[in-house]
Write a protein of this length. Sequence first.
Lengths: 177, 991
Amino acid sequence: MPQLDAKGRHTVAFTLNGHPATVEVETRTLLTDALRHGLGATGTHVGCEHGVCGACTISIDGVPARACLTLAIGIEGCAIRTVEGLAPEPGRLGILQAAFRRRHALQCGFCTAGILMSLDAYLALRPRPSRREITEVIGGHLCRCTGYAPIIEAALEAAAELRGEGPAPTPSESAHA
Amino acid sequence: MGIEHTAFIGRSVERVEDAALLSGLGRYIDDLGTGPGTLHAAILRSPHAHADIVAIDTEAARALTGVVAVVTGRDLAAITTGLVPAVRAAVDARAIAVDQVRYVGEPVAIVVARDRYLAEDGCDLIEPQYRVRPAVVDPVAALAPDSVVLHEGVGSNLVSDRRFRYGDPEAAFSESPHSLSVTVRYPRNTGTPMETYGVVASYDPTDDSYDVLANFQGPFSIHAVVARALKVPGNRLRLRTPPDSGGSFGVKQGVAPYAVLIAATARLVGRPVKWIEDRLEHLSASVSATNRVTTLKAAFGADGRVTALDWDQIEDCGAYLRAPEPATLYRMHGNLTGAYAIRNVAVRNRVVLTNKTPTGLVRGFGGPQVYYPLERLMQRIARTLGLDPFAVIRRNLIPADAFPYRTATGALYDSGDYQRALDEAARDGGLVELKRRRDAARAEGRLYGIGLTAAVEPSVSNMGYITTVLTAAERAKAGPKNGAQSTATITLDPVGSVTVQVASVPQGQGHRTVLAQVVADVLGIPMEQVRVTADLDTAKDAWSIASGNYSSRFAAAVAGVAHLAATRLRDKLTRIAAAQLNLRPEDLVFAGGRVASRTNPDAGLPFGRVAAASHWSPGLVPEDVGAAIRETVFWTPPELTAPDAEDRVNSSLCHGFIFDLCGVEIDRVTGKIGIDRYVTMHDCGRVLHPGMVEGQVRGGFAQALGAAVYEELAYGDDGAFLSGTFADYLLPTATEVPDLRILHVESPSPFTPLGAKGVGEGNCMSTPVCLANAVADALGLEEIDLPLTPAKLARLAAGGDELAPPAGHAASKPPTKPGDRTLRGEGTAEVTAPPESVWAMLLDPDVLASVIPGSHGVRKLSDTHFQADVSLGVGPVKGRYKADVTLSDLDAPRAATLTGTVTGGLGSGGGSGRITLEPNATGGTRVSYVYEASVGGKVAAVGGRLLDGAARVIIGGFFAALARRAGGSSSRFPQIPGFLRRLLARLGVSA
C-alpha cells in the first residue's frame, strides 16, 4: 500500500454504477462527500455521519456499506453502486423501486436510498427472505416517516416478483382497497 | 347519458413525488448546487450550559489556510437583533451568544472557509475562555427564589404566569364528592428528521437585501421575525425553500435562527455562505419539544363523571423564548378538556426558562403534554372508583348531537361521534378479547396491562391562539390576532395545461399528489395534466403568515383552498365554454378532458382549448368573466376568531378524534415492554388519500412509540447534554415497531372545503399515554413518567428493588438521583517506595509529567498548583485538553486532595480526589484514592455511555503509572498490567 500524503489531494478511480469514475479527494474525505459533492451523485444521503441511520448505505463490490464511515481514498478500483444505478433506464423504476411506490413505502424519501441499497443486496443474496429477515435488514436503517410497515410489505412484494411469482398487483390502490 | 369523471379524491393513487425520490433524483437542500465562490460555515458551540464568555481567541483559526473569516456574536451584534417571541420579556434571544452562553450547543462563533472540512478545522483552533456559572435544568427548581437566573434583565426565570377560569371550577370542586390529582413530568424529545437543517444565504449590499434558501417548514409568520432580526423590511428578505425536504415533524421551523446567523455572516464576508447542520448539532441544539411539569386535578362524581378540571402547567422552554413559543403551551388551550364535556376549568400556565436548548415545534405540539396527564387522570379515576376505564371515558364524552360543540375554554369542535368511534374501536379492536388475554396472562403470573386513550386532535391553528398568553388588556392594546390564511394559485398555460402552486412546503407528505387529485377532479382532467409545485419563494409566490406545513393544516386548509381556486377557475371556464357552445353554463360538465353538455356529449370542447382561450382569443371571452389564466385564492375560516375578553379561544379549526387501545406485557426480568396489540381509531373527517392517511398514522405512531419508550433528550444536573448520537438518542427501528390496527370513522368537517381534518399528529398525542396507561395497569402503578425504558420498568416490576446482578458481577451503583452524572471511583496500589518518596513524587512536575496519562508536559505554577497539556480519548473521541490541578488539604506525607479541571475543544470536566498514603508491612506504601468527577461538552454528548469506564481507565492509569514509577504495581490489575496498558493505548492514553 503506497504511503499517502495527509495534506495532499489524490485521484481515486473506480466504477460508479458500471461507469468509470474518478474523483479528487483528500485522505480524510468521506465517501459520502466524494460521491455527492465530488461527482454530483446526490442520491446517497447523509443522515448522521456516525453509521447508525443507514441513509448513506451504498454497495461496494456488491456488499452494502455505510458511505459515511468509508474514506473515499479507500475505494480505488472498487465497483460502487448507488441508488442512481437501480433503475433499468432513465424514467423507469426497477421492481423494488416500483414496489416502494405502490406500497407508499416512502414519504420524505431521505432515508429511502439507503434502504433500497440494503434490500437490493439482501434480495440478491436471499431470494426467499422471511418477514423476520426483511424486518431485521430494514432494522439497520432509521426512517422517521413511515413506521416501517409499508417498507416491509414492499420488500416482500418485490422479493416475490423478483422470483417471478405472479405480477405485482395493479392497479396500485388495490393495496388499500 | 353524459360524460362522467371518476373522482381521484378518496383513492390511494401512486404518488407523483416517488419516482424521483426512488431514483436518487430528489432535490434536497444539500443536493442543489451553490454559486461560484460560495463559502462553507461550521459553528463552534458552547460546551457549557451556563457561562460567561470571557474572551474568544480566534487568531489561530483565522491564520489557517482556507479559512476566510471567523465571526463571533459580537461581530454580528451591529447587523442583527434578537428573535422576537410572543411574550415581550427582557430576554436577549439572539441566534448566537454574545457575552453569555445559556445552553450546551449554543452558537459561539462561525468559521467560514473554502470547504466544510477546513471550516471545522478552524473551529478546533478557536480558543474561547469561559467563566462557568451554575446551571439550572429543572423547571420547578428554576422557579425557586434562590435559583440561578438565566436572564438577569428579567430578574427571574419565570417569563409568563397566567391564570384562567372558565365556568365555576371552585364551586364544582367544593360540591363534588371526589377529587383526585396527577402530577406528570413530561420529558424532552424531538422529531429528528433524517435530513438536518440547511441554509444557503447571500446578501446584496446594493439594495440591502438578503436571499436565503433554507429547508424551513413554516409558519411563515417567522419570516417577519427573521427579517426583523436581520434588520430589513420583509421585502428585502427573499426566503426560498428547496423542492424536497427530508422530513421535519415541526422541527424545521427551528432553522429560522440559523437563517439569521448564516445570512448575517454572508453579509459580513461578502460572499454566499452555506451551512448544513450535522447530527450532533441537530440533537443538541436544533429544537426540542417542551418538557412540562403538570399537576391536573379533577372533581368527579361516584359514576366517574368529571365536573371540573384544574390545570397547573409549568412549561420549560429552555434557555430562550423563541418565536412562536410559548405556543406549545397554548396550542391546546381550546381543547384542554379533551374529548369530554367538562364545563368548569381552572388553568394556571407558567413559562420557565432553564439552561437547555430552546424549544419549538415538534409533531404533536403541546398535545402529548396535555393528553398525558388528562388520560392518566381518567384511568386513575376509574381505578379509584373501581370502574372500567372504558366506561368512565365513555360517560364523559361530548354527546354526538352536541356538535358543533363549544368547549369551556373556547374551542368550537366541528364534528364527531365519539361514542360510535369508541364502540367500533372496542368491537373491531377486540377489547373484550384483550381483557381475556390479560386475565389469562395474569393467571400465569405475567405482567399484562391494557391502556385506553381518547384524544381530540386539533388541526389548522388559529394564528391568534398564541395571544392568549397576553391578558385581554394587552391583546386589546396590540390589536386582535386571528385567522389562518391558506392560499393556492392555479395557472392555465397557452396549451391549456394546469399548474398549481401552494404555500405549504411539504417534507414528504405527498402534497403534490393530493393537490393534483383535487384539481383534476374539479376540472375533469387526468391527474397527469396537473403539475404541482410546493416549494415557496416569498418574493414571487402567494403566501401569508399561516403558510407552511404545520398544525396538520394541509388536508383541511391547503387542499381545501386549492379546491376553491380550481372551482373559481372552472366557473370562469364554464362561462367561456358556454358562450362558445351557445349553451347555458349550468348545463356544462367538466369530465374526460372535455367541457361538454350534460345531456349531449357531442356538444363540447376539449378542456385544453377552453383553458387556452384567454391566452389566444381574449375576444371570445365574455367581458365580465375577465381573463381565465391565473387564480389565486386566499381562504381563512371565519370560525377562527380572536381570543375573547374572557380568554376563550378557538385555537384550531378542526378537531379530529382518536381512540386508542392497547395490550402490553412487561418482561419481569428485563423490563422490556412487549406490545401485544395496538389499535388506533381515527376520525379525521373525509379521507382524501387512504394510503397517505395510513402513512401519517403509522409514522406518527412510530414516533410516539419512540417518545414513549426509547427517546429522551437527556441532560445532566449541570446542564451537560447527554444524547448527542443515535446510539444515545434511540429511535425505534423496524424491529421495535409492532403491528398496528388502524380503524376509521368519518365525520366530515363542516368548516373545511373538502370536509377533511388533520391526521398527522394524533398518535403523537394519544400513543405515549396509552402505552403508559397499559404499563400502569400491568404494574399497578399510580404514577409513571416517560420514557418507559426497560431499566425503569424492570425496577418498577421488581417493586422498586434492584434485581440481584448475575453471579460474579458487582451491583452497579444507581445514581443518587436522576440527572446526577458524577463519575465515582476508588482504588488502591501497593508500591515499594516509602510514603515520603511517593509524597515527593506527587509534588514533582517532572514525575507528574511522566505519570499523567497522555501528558505533554506539566508546568508548576506554585508548590500546589500545576498545569498540564494532555491528550485523552473517550471511545472514538480523542482530543487535547488543558488540565489545571491544585493540591489542597495537605497532610504530608499521608494525604492530599487533588482538585482539577480539564478543558478542551471536545468538552470539559472537573473533579476532585483524595489520595491517602499508608506505610505497608514491607516498608512500601499503600496508595488509596477516591474520586468524583463530571464531564461535559461534546465528549459527554457523544460518549456518555463510555465515560465511566474511560474515567476509571484514565485515573487508574495515573495510579498504575505512579506505582510503576515508585517501584510497584497497581493491585487493581495485579495479574494483567499489560492488559491495562493495551486498554489505555486503545483509548489513546499513553500510560
